[in-house]
Design a protein around this ligand. Sequence first.
Ligand SMILES: Cc1cc2nc3c(=O)[nH]c(=O)nc-3n(C[C@H](O)[C@H](O)[C@H](O)COP(=O)(O)O)c2cc1C
Length: 201
Amino acid sequence: MDTFEAISTRRAIKKFDPNHKMTSEEVDSLMKLTILSPTSYNQQNWRFVTVTDQSIKEKIGVAARNQAQPVDGSLVILLCGNMSAWKDDPLRYWKNHPTEKQELVKASLEKKYADSPQNRRDEAIRSCGFAGQTIMLAARQMGLDSCPMVGFDYDEMAKIIELPDDHLIVLMIVVGKSLEPAKQRGGQLRLDEVVFKNKFN
Ligand SMILES: Cc1cc2nc3c(=O)[nH]c(=O)nc-3n(C[C@H](O)[C@H](O)[C@H](O)COP(=O)(O)O)c2cc1C
């Protein structure tokens, strides 16, 4: 499958095959690709909770207002932002580069995030957005399907996954084998409603 095909065949799946399981090697392959997703300053501020345990998936299903996907899908991934990543031993984000580069990045991170909860939160959301698309496209290449989801009770989910205080749940993605094709697309907007050449006016 090439990239264009992965993009155009990715759909938000409602019914997953409850009998399909992913091996831990498959989950690891998917997550190894996922952590190649871009983050600002390479701060890698996403944290992923990968759930395959059926009893936890069922609790997640209840928190997701009884939507079926987390219960029937093979893998549930909670994409979370670590809003302390900017100060969490930041030299390691450029460990392959000279010390001067590492120190430069550390200073830039401090400048941008130390006094701005908004920047920390925005960055968490941006990073998890990119990672989410990587997960869904890589899943297609592995012959799997997915559903991105935010229809869940945040506090309940935070309790289930024991979310640390300085982390934010950005979204959940269920990966698995589709039991039936997605319905016809809702309908994309016209290109000229959403794409502006050079500027808005
Ligand atoms: C942030 C986000 C949250 C979503 N939450 C849910 C959800 O809770 N339940 C669900 O069935 N679909 C959910 N969806 C799927 C969207 O409804 C779906 O992506 C959209 O209708 C476009 O369809 P497509 O993904 O098949 O192209 C969500 C999608 C996104 C991006």
